[in-house]
Design a protein around this ligand. Structure first.
Ligand code: SF4
Length: 668
């Protein structure tokens, strides 16, 4: 019997219209867990680097995490993996909500789409019955609208529907997959779904999930619930609201936006409005929020209520969560009311709430600076908000200049030329980032930005405080009950960290400490993404309920195989390395691993070089960021080493990359 997982994937060949239920290898679960881990293994094995994002041979994998559908609080993530049209690398975008548990209850761990459907279709999964159904009547429909229409025509009000909108149908590089209470937005995965001709996947399941040791498992779940209650009643003092608690309910429940609006940049990530937040703005924004927010809502099996249903007068209701509350507002230099209105349309179109406003502000900056001309914007209204609506409509329809902008700032700037590349200034690995421009280099963030492959907007941060508390007493108070650390040394790192002087950034934490901290943070994110856990209860906040000490117990009692901290760390390293291997095979090298040039004003090239050199070594990668044969062997990934040697990425005798293989391979 299989525990926690179902042991079956659904393989759908869209070209032939063929559907198969395929049993998976339990040994892979022990080595790669599930979710992201096994997705990476499948992409490595079945999508060679020659396969372009919009090739029928690219796969689009919807995976429930290993523990999704079990009673573990907040374990509800769907991990969607494919080759991204935006980065040309592996994308693994996550969504919460209810979809992944429903898939498990239908009897599957993953849905793997390959090929392309000749006509627009949707997939209907009801336990053992799986159908590919015509979706011609859903063409052009919004994501929320599509979900509702599908539920009605199936007569299944409880079906969970993941759908694309017009942006996905038109292969916009930042198209999302929306799912009622959540969305998977990064990496243009919605564009791949559109390219495959799949409008939606609807699922309803009524089966059970087996738990290996139910009593023990429920005991662990109760401990987590108790701790969530404790943390909710005891927010961490001296940090911003989103880091003081768990999850991200603050954005929908709290109205004080001083921190975001004054510290993040506006427009095309250029303008800081230092004194923006005053009593008048606070009053107006609070009124808006109180008027439009109809209800706070949670994902499956979670008490945190991070999302809210938003009802703008005259517009259909939609769900909003987290920082997308501010992205449109700040890009357009507008107010919260506008942000809520345009987000409704953007949600129906199915676009990434981070990239889209950046792309639109970028286009207007190009116009203001004479790089794009009035003729590119014929018919665009003159008022600020009207211009954003107009641009959004052009982008998702790929009309006129919208066709170029639909490829994101990196590719659009290349195509526009005439100096436009200097305006696409906020990218890492060709993907738009959080609009932050800061003063002093932060060595921890330097490593996260440079080497992260998750491309999520918060990077791989979490666990370790973003800045030290001003006094030692405060730091001592914080470390007192900091039992989540994998090693006591992290407490000392924090205790000795000062805001100013010798032990302050950029030279403290030291290079070696930065390696330890980033590695810990990354490890927790990757574990979450394999288990299907919401990072809001694990890898993102300070002092979370899930951590390296209780996760092995959850896996052992839930999935029924022996797990301890060392084995779990090794498994996470294994599939983290496999993600890197997929990307290395697709041409990613050291030259790609850098933050935006202007992310920090004060840069330290020698220190940055040392950071990257040391971290690469620490991770078992060579100077180009390629995993060495020795480290691959240690992780049981000899098959990767063999492939690298065959392709000339590593040489037979040593680990240095051949010149040819590391040459820039950048084609659209
Ligand atoms: S913490 Fe928030 S985002 Fe995470 S599962 Fe719970 S409700 Fe969803």
């Amino acid at each position: 019997m299989r525990y926690a997982e179902t042991g079956f994937n659904l393989e759908v060949d869209l070209t032939r219209g063929n559907i198969e239920r395929v049993e998976t290898d339990p040994r892979d679960t022990e080595l790669y867990l599930g979710g992201l881990g096994t997705n990476a293994k499948i992409l490595w094995e079945r999508v060679p680097p020659e396969v372009a994002p919009f090739s029928p041979d690219n796969l689009l994998i919807f995976s429930a995490g290993l523990l999704c559908g079990t009673p573990a609080t907040g374990c509800n993530r769907t991990i969607v993996s494919t080759i991204s049209p935006q980065t040309q690398l592996m994308a693994f975008s996550m969504m919460g909500g209810f979809w992944a548990p429903e898939l498990k209850y239908a009897g599957y761990d993953k849905v793997i789409l390959r090929g392309k459907s000749p006509n627009l279709v949707y997939l209907w999964i009801k336990d053992d019955k799986v159908e590919i159904r015509d979706a011609a009547h859903l063409r052009g429909k919004g994501t929320v609208e599509t979900a509702e229409l599908i539920r009605q025509e199936l007569g299944e009000p409880k079906a969970q529907v993941a759908a694309i909108g017009l942006a996905g149908e038109n292969r916009v590089y930042f198209a999302s997959i929306e799912q009622g209470r959540s969305s998977a937005s990064r990496g243009g995965i919605g564009a791949v779904m559109g390219d495959k001709g799949v409008k939606a996947i609807a699922v309803r399941g009524t089966k059970d999930i087996n738990i290996s040791q139910p009593e023990e498992y429920l005991g662990l779940c109760n401990e987590v619930l108790e701790y969530i209650k404790f943390r909710n009643e005891n927010p961490i003092p001296g940090v911003m609201p989103i880091l003081a608690g768990l999850g991200s309910p603050q954005e929908m429940a709290v109205h004080d936006e001083k921190w975001h609006t004054e510290n993040f940049m506006w427009g095309n990530s250029r303008t800081r409005r230092k004194d923006f937040w005053n009593d008048e703005v606070a009053k107006a924004w609070t009124e808006t929020m109180e008027t439009v927010r109809t209800r706070l809502i949670s994902c499956y099996n979670c008490p945190m209520k991070c999302g809210a249903t938003i009802s703008m007068p005259g517009l259909p209701t939609y769900m909003m969560k987290c920082f997308s509350k501010l992205t449109y507002t700040m890009a357009a230099m507008s107010d919260l009311d506008f942000g809520f209105k345009i987000a409704q349309r953007a949600t129906e179109y199915g676009v990434d709430g981070f990239s889209t406003p950046q792309v639109m502000a970028f286009a207007l900056e190009l116009l203001e600076n004479g790089i794009l001309k009035d003729e590119h914007f014929q018919g665009m209204p003159s008022d600020n908000e009207g211009r954003f609506y107009w641009l959004l409509d052009r982008i998702v329809r790929r009309e006129g200049i919208g066709d170029i902008l639909a490829n994101g700032t990196y590719w659009a700037a290349k195509e526009i030329g005439n100096g436009a590349e200097a305006y696409a200034h906020n990218n890492i690995k060709k993907h738009e980032q959080l609009p932050l421009k800061l003063s002093m280099l932060n060595p921890i963030y330097f490593l996260m930005y440079s080497t992260g492959e998750k491309i999520n907007i918060t990077q791989i941060e979490g666990q370790f405080p973003q800045a030290p508390w001003p006094t030692r007493e405060e730091r001592e108070a914080f470390v007192k009950d900091w039992f989540q650390v994998p090693d006591e040394k992290f407490k000392q790192y924090l205790l000795d960290w000062e805001l100013r002087g010798e032990n302050s950034i950029p030279f403290y934490p030291t290079v070696q400490m930065c390696c330890d901290i980033v590695d810990w943070q990354e490890r927790m994110h990757y574990i979450d993404d394999a288990l299907g856990m919401c990072s809001g209860l694990s890898s993102f906040p300070l002092k979370p309920p899930y951590h390296i000490h209780n996760y092995p117990k959850f896996i052992s009692a839930g999935a029924g195989f022996d797990m301890d901290e060392a084995k779990l760390t090794q498994a996470a390293r294994r599939y983290r390395t496999l993600v890197r291997a997929v990307n290395v095979r697709r041409g990613m090298r050291r030259k790609d691993e850098k933050p935006p040039e202007n992310h920090w004003k004060k840069r330290f090239p020698e220190l940055e070089k040392e950071l990257l050199d040391t971290y690469y070594k620490f991770k078992g990668w060579n100077d180009e960021g390629i995993p060495t044969k020795a480290s691959l062997h240690e992780l049981g990934l000899d098959y990767v080493a063999e492939d690298f040697v065959k392709r000339g990425i590593l040489t037979d005798s040593e680990d240095a990359p051949s010149k040819e293989a590391s040459a820039e391979k950048e084609k659209k």
